[in-house]
Design a protein around this ligand. Structure first.
Ligand SMILES: Nc1ncnc2c1ncn2[C@@H]1O[C@H](COP(=O)(O)OP(=O)(O)OP(=O)(O)O)[C@@H](O)[C@H]1O
Ligand SMILES: [Mg+2]
Length: 506
């Protein structure tokens, strides 16, 4: 009796150990090997082997074995129906060879059993949903042929069924891994630029142009609304070009009065005008052998345009008040949020300069035209500002939905600023709709207010945007209604619905 209990205990411990091992990870070879080791340790089963059917070759191959050398494992291959292992797979039921020494079917392919007497060979199918996917086998050294063999087979069958589950899970896992790897490789072919987010087709086109022009000295003209990333792309072109170690100089043509522009761009000699007490280099000289970004080129006065054209074509100019001709080698990137062609038609921009600049035009899409980039951009900025502020704030799906639905007139810069402000101000763990800037919520609730079926989440959002709008306008309902894009009558109704009263004013 005592011996029976000890044995029972061992079996349970073995099964527990097997399930622990197979629950630990998806390292198939390692875990099946450890499982075979458990069989040896707890149940005195030697040379435990797992064979799996290779669906391509229709061959059974050892994937894990305990007590066999690599060479022996290599040799252990069976066709369906071949030998005992092959038959067990074919029939889907266990086979026991009480004494391998007496059994002609026993092929001993691995050559691992020097002496074949005194060994029972136990072999059970590994089945999933009634179909054999492999075979589990083990040797049992017997002292008395009749003792407990049935029980050993039962235990092996349980182990085989745990292995079956594991192998199926592993196959799914491997397939999804392969899919991921495949996707990764596919994506690798795509363009990427450090710290610039843009998976949308429109941004991918931009990236492609960047790659194409970076190596040349071609003039690039960046079109795009404010905040779309024109400067970012100009820098990317510079840092990917052979000029990357040379200066990158940026100048906004709309930033200073017309009278000062020429000297800013081309420098001046001492005494050129009142206040010119020293000789000063202009931006073109500072950018020599590097790149200059002329932002808002559409604001360049017509009087200055010939001088820019000359730098581009002859690579030379004179400082204001100077006679000496200065030679420079500068790559020009121009950016504009205005329609240059229209300016040309109106006579405000020289046609020859326009064509000289427009060698490679790149169009930066507005963020609302590539809404799929909103999420990755949000993540990107969230990571950055979390890091800068030593916070770990995440964003709730509801809040993300509002971000994704907003039309972002200020483009990426507006999104960047919004996220920074939220991260800096937030004390919580997660960004909720109430934490979002007012204009965002107002915008998104404008559409929502007219929809009849409001889920509780949306109702909460609606309630809070009405409250915010009222607070913003000092509780003047007509003004609040205007912000929200609804009528005074509607806001009155909504306030009643949500029981909003001015006593809630903070
Ligand atoms: N694709 C992007 N990925 C990551 N950050 C971006 C991206 N596009 C823009 N940004 C960020 O948004 C901000 C605005 O970009 P940038 O200054 O390049 O825009 P711009 O088109 O030059 O705007 P403006 O016309 O107002 O000068 C910057 O802080 C920039 O880092
Ligand atoms: Mg800019």
């Amino acid at each position: 009796m005592k011996e029976f209990l000890v044995r029972e205990n061992r079996i349970l411990s073995a099964l527990l150990e097997v399930s622990k091992v197979l629950n630990s990870s998806f390292d198939l070879d390692k875990n099946l090997f450890r499982t075979m080791h458990v069989l040896g340790e707890f149940l005195e089963m030697e040379r435990g082997s797992v064979f799996l059917l290779d669906q391509n070759t229709k061959e059974l191959r050892i994937v894990a074995a305990h007590g066999l050398t690599k060479d022996q494992i290599e040799k252990g291959k069976y066709k369906i129906g071949e030998g005992i292992v092959g038959r067990v797979l074919e029939r889907g039921s266990p086979m026991i060879i009480p004494d391998v020494g007496e059994e002609p079917l026993f092929l001993n392919k691995t050559g691992s059993r020097m002496s074949r007497s005194g060994i029972s060979f136990l072999c059970v199918p590994i089945k999933f949903k009634g179909e054999s996917i492999g075979v589990l086998s083990a040797d049992k050294i017997f002292r008395d042929k009749t003792i407990l063999i049935d029980e050993d087979v039962r235990v092996l069958e349980i182990v085989a069924s745990i292995i079956a589950q594991y192998v199926i899970l592993w196959k799914h896992y491997r397939e999804s891994e392969q899919e991921r790897e495949h996707l990764r490789l596919e994506l690798k072919g795509k363009y990427s630029l450090p710290n610039i987010i843009g998976n949308s087709d429109k941004m991918q086109e931009v990236f492609e142009s960047v790659y194409r022009v970076a190596n040349s000295k071609a003039t690039v003209l960046l079109y795009g609304e404010s905040g779309t990333g024109k400067e970012l792309i100009a820098k990317a072109i510079h840092y990917m070009s052979p000029r990357s170690k040379e200066p990158f100089i940026k100048f906004n043509c709309a930033s200073i009065p017309e009278g000062l522009l020429e000297s800013e761009l081309f420098g001046h000699e001492k005494g050129a005008f009142t206040g010119a007490i020293v000789t000063r280099k202009g931006r073109f000289e500072l950018a020599n052998s590097g790149t200059i970004l002329l932002d808002e080129i559409g604001d360049l006065p017509v009087t200055l345009q010939p001088k820019i054209l000359r730098v581009l074509q002859e690579k030379e100019f004179e400082r204001v008040g100077g006679e000496k001709t200065i030679k420079v080698d500068v790559r020009l990137i121009a950016a504009t949020s205005r329609n240059l062609e229209e300016l040309v038609l109106k006579g405000k921009f020289r046609e020859d300069l326009y064509y000289r600049l427009n060698v490679v035009p790149i169009f930066m899409p507005a963020l609302r035209e590539r809404k799929e980039d909103i999420l990755p951009l949000t993540e990107h900025f969230l990571n950055r500002f979390n890091e800068e502020n030593r916070k770990a704030i995440s964003i709730s799906p509801k809040a993300l939905k509002i971000l994704a639905g907003y039309n972002w007139p200020g483009n990426v810069r507006e999104l960047e600023n919004a996220i920074e402000r939220i991260v800096v101000m937030s004390n919580g763990k997660s960004i909720e709709p109430v934490d979002l800037p007012l204009n965002l919520k107002v915008h998104s609730s404008r559409d929502i207010l007219h929809k009849e079926s409001l889920s509780s989440g949306i109702e909460e959002m609606e309630r809070s945007s009405i409250l915010h709008a009222l607070e913003e306008t000092g509780w003047i309902q007509a003004k609040a209604a205007r912000i929200l894009g609804i009528t005074s009558r509607q806001i009155g109704y909504k306030m009643k619905k949500y029981a909003i009263t001015s006593s809630q004013a903070v």
